[in-house]
Design a protein around this ligand. Structure first.
Ligand SMILES: *[C@@H]1O[C@H](CO)[C@@H](O)[C@H](O)[C@H]1NC(C)=O
Ligand SMILES: *[C@@H]1O[C@H](CO)[C@@H](O)[C@H](O)[C@H]1NC(C)=O
Length: 433
């Protein structure tokens, strides 16, 4: 009987698994920290020996520091991708901080390999993206205030402009270890060698004189095409521009059925209130505010989502895993002690780090991890997950609080303790109806 109960639990797990969004990254090992010293060229980077891996390989500091926006367009992107955090290799996610001067803008650009999910930390932005020809190049725009969240689907041209009276700051995550950037003006009018002015004059239906002027005015800041040959092919690749989840459909698919594009509005890519703290008045003293496909239907098929985590003093986000997503986290306020545990194959090595404001850390997909507030004040983090619906399995609740319970015979043997100890644990975690 107890065995049967156990199997039912497994079956329930596999049923939810069959509804999983299969499109997210799925690395072939726990971790594959990029080996900067290797000459071997692969898709992404060669892995460093796990014996030489430390917490530093998953860490970046200084994301609380503004970038210098004193340039022609008045913006600055601080990138935290696999070049800054070698541990991101094969994990399909990265983070950026964007600073906007007064009247500054992040000019029209695309990320060839990543969907972007952005939250405003300070200021007011006017943002938008343009659907492809097939969808009549429809422009979708929105004004964003502090705590608002917006999505820019993979490969689509988009922009952000500071329309407030103060500098603005955003934190954004991208569904790739190296999403790439193609700034339209630079790519079209500033390529090296230049695209023939005959071709551009015809493409833009203007006089060649105008094209020559535009070419002269564009300064190529960075040559992004060089990085393109090192593409990470493992990231999401939707089959259309957008597939906004249709919450009225009864049809069950992997993810959600798409709503008719004619009914899509900017609201489908929007969420507000991420500046508001969650209620940490619970046993563990923490609260997660989730912004996934349930809150933003436009995230469907795009392989990314965002959370805000609040921690009371001494609060913790207890050991858990995300079955479908790698997490990249940055500390907005306070001090956290964080860690993750490698799998059996890697001797269950624990990798830990103390994080302060502006620090960034990575929790690879599926690995058990935790965060604890070790400061004297409440702490806040923003984290992105490489799935539209990464899932959470809290170890204590899943093992000792499943419904029906896992047999205490099985657990006593698994944990090599007396059945009484298991019963005590189960009494703590079984939800009383
Ligand atoms: C962005 O800011 C950093 C740090 O202040 C600076 O080194 C870099 O040159 C800036 N980039 C641009 C494009 O202005
Ligand atoms: C695009 O425009 C065509 C022609 O006006 C129209 O038939 C079609 O429904 C439009 N598609 C969308 C997605 O708006």
């Amino acid at each position: 009987m107890k065995m049967v109960a156990y199997i039912v639990v497994l079956v329930l797990f596999s049923i939810t698994s069959s509804l999983v969004f299969a499109y997210d990254p799925s690395p072939l090992q726990d971790i594959c920290v990029a080996d900067e010293k290797s000459d071997v060229l692969v898709n992404g980077f060669v892995c460093k020996d796990n014996k030489k891996v430390t917490a530093h390989d998953f860490f970046f500091e200084g994301l609380d520091k503004p970038g210098n926006t004193e340039n022609k367009v008045g913006f600055n992107v601080t990138t935290v991708n696999v070049d800054q955090i070698p541990g991101l290799n094969t994990l399909g996610i990265s983070l950026v901080r964007i600073d906007y001067a007064l009247n500054g803008q992040n000019p029209p650009h695309t990320h060839p390999r990543g969907t972007e999910i952005l939250t405003v930390i300070e200021g007011t932005l006017y943002v938008g993206f343009v659907l492809s020809n097939q969808n009549n190049n429809t422009l979708i725009t929105k004004t964003l205030n502090k705590g608002d969240v917006f999505v820019f689907p993979i490969g689509l041209i988009h922009f952000q402009a500071n329309i407030g009276h103060t500098p603005a700051v955003a934190i954004a995550a991208l569904s790739s270890q190296n999403a790439g950037v193609i700034t339209i003006a630079n790519s079209v009018f500033g390529s090296m060698p230049p695209i023939s002015d005959d071709i551009l004059a015809k493409a833009f239906q203007v006089d060649k004189q105008i094209i020559m002027k535009m070419v002269a005015h564009i300064v190529v800041l960075v040559l992004f095409s060089i990085t393109s040959s090192l593409v990470f092919a493992y990231d999401p690749s939707p089959l259309q521009d957008i597939c906004v989840a249709d919450d009225k459909s009864d049809v069950l698919v992997n993810g959600f059925v798409c709503k008719d594009n004619k009914e899509v509005t900017a609201r489908d890519f929007f969420y507000y209130g991420l500046d508001k703290p969650g209620n940490t008045g619970n046993k563990n003293g923490f609260a997660v505010t989730t912004v996934n496909v349930d809150q933003i239907p436009g995230l469907n098929t795009l392989g990314i989502s965002l959370v805000r985590i609040d921690y009371a003093p001494n609060g913790q986000n207890p050991p858990h895993t995300h079955p479908r997503g790698t997490e990249i986290l940055t500390v907005i306020e306070g001090t956290l002690y964080v860690g993750f545990v490698l799998s059996n194959q890697n001797n269950n090595t624990l990798i830990t780090k103390t994080l302060n404001k502006g620090d960034v850390f990575v929790f690879p997909i599926g690995l058990i991890h935790f965060q604890a507030n070790i400061g004297h004040t409440p702490a806040v983090a923003i984290a992105a997950l490489s799935s539209q619906n990464a899932g959470v399995i809290t170890i204590a609740d899943s093992v000792f609080g499943s419904m029906p319970p896992i047999s205490d015979d099985i657990l006593a043997k698994a944990f090599q303790v007396d059945k009484k100890v298991i019963d005590l644990l189960q009494a703590q975690f079984l939800v009383k109806p």
